[in-house]
Design a protein around this ligand. Structure first.
Ligand code: FPP
Ligand code: MG
Length: 330
């Protein structure tokens, strides 16, 4: 059964934006049809849904600074969704993940090699579209991709490193998650002819909303429901990903509890009992509440950045987007 992932996140999208996203959807499937086995594999993950949060934010940013002709941003929105999907396919190979969006990951369904090539193919499709845009846009996307790749490498190098600390955690989430969200918003605002201050505000908003997104993702790994997220609870623990919740729990817990959590988080082999126990300890340390507060602080700064944009219904949509992302984990 396919689980459609977190449709609630679309609360910030009204009928106008929904209409634009349908056009983006058409654009996506114009580029990856069903002509070949490669198209089938590359579109496998895209077909089951996904939140299309990057295209949505790109389009709202475009409108928020006065952009009018939506045709200017539809192709690049599709390209960004290709890049995002490619990065997830490659990330699932790296993480040995079994499930995403409620279905088997592309690597589990088709094997690692085909998944790798399908991810590359999606990047090529993104280049094909991106190449038609001005140099500035290409550079913004290249910067975001560079960060994404760096984030993935730093994250991989620090798997099971329970003492990695907050600075590194922040660097990882800024790169692996916030970079493409920030880049999408930046491209939207730039194509909408934002002035320099508006562009700065959008970039700041993007950086922060991207982090809010990742912190809530980390919370959902502990409190989530596979029917909603499409990923099994405790995946971060199984994969050795050290999240803000784990960092906080290790700071708070003492004695045997602390040592037991460290033992589980550094272990390469977990029983279901280990995962349940680690979640119990993270809960005991009230690390989930802490992570909510952490996300709320970021969200507040996010809304402040928006105040530098003209007061429009689109600015309100961006504000609603932060709130919706924040509350998805409640
Ligand atoms: C997901 O993190 C990680 C990413 C979205 C970044 C992946 C980036 C790459 C594979 C590099 C791709 C290269 C370029 C040039 C863009 P996660 O494992 O914490 O999230 P998950 O729980 O959704 O798997
Ligand atoms: Mg992963």
């Amino acid at each position: 059964m396919v689980i459609n992932v977190e449709e609630d996140l679309h609360q910030f999208i009204d009928d106008e934006i929904k209409g634009y996203l349908e056009v983006v959807e058409e654009e996506i499937f114009e580029h990856i049809g069903s002509d070949s086995k490669l198209d089938e594999i590359a579109s496998y993950l895209i077909r089951v849904g996904g939140k299309r949060i990057r295209p949505a934010l790109l389009i709202v940013a475009f409108k928020a600074v006065g952009g009018e002709n939506i045709d200017k941003v539809v192709p690049i929105s599709a390209a960004i969704e290709f890049i995002h999907t490619a990065s997830l396919i490659h990330d699932d190979i790296n993480d040995g993940a079994d499930m995403r969006r409620g279905i088997l990951t592309t690597n589990r369904q088709y094997g690692h090699i085909k998944a790798l090539v399908a991810g590359d193919y999606l990047f090529v499709k993104a280049f094909e579209i991106g190449g038609r845009y001005p140099q500035e846009v290409i550079q913004m996307i290249a910067d975001a991709c560079g960060d994404l790749a760096m984030g993935e490498v730093i994250q991989n190098e620090n798997k099971f490193h329970v003492h990695m600390g907050r600075d590194l955690y922040e660097e990882i989430i800024q790169k692996k998650t916030a970079a493409l969200i920030r880049g999408s918003l930046r491209v939207g605002a730039w194509l909408g002819d934002a002035d320099e201050d508006q562009l700065d505000a959008i970039v700041e908003y993007g950086d922060l909303v991207g982090q809010v997104f990742q912190v809530t993702d980390d919370i959902l790994d502990i409190r989530g429901d596979v029917g909603k997220t499409g990923k099994p609870v405790g995946s971060d623990i199984r994969e050795g990903q050290v999240t803000i919740l784990a960092i906080r729990a290790m700071e708070v817990l003492q004695g045997e509890d602390h040592d037991e959590l460290v033992r589980i988080l550094t272990s390469r082999q977990h029983s279901e009992r280990d995962i349940a126990r680690a979640i119990e300890l993270i809960e005991k340390a009230k690390a989930v509440d802490y992570a909510y507060e952490y996300a709320e602080d970021l969200a507040e700064k996010c809304v402040e950045a928006l105040h530098r944009l003209p007061e429009t219904e689109y600015r309100d949509r961006l504000e609603l987007a932060v709130e919706t992302i924040l509350t998805r984990a409640y």
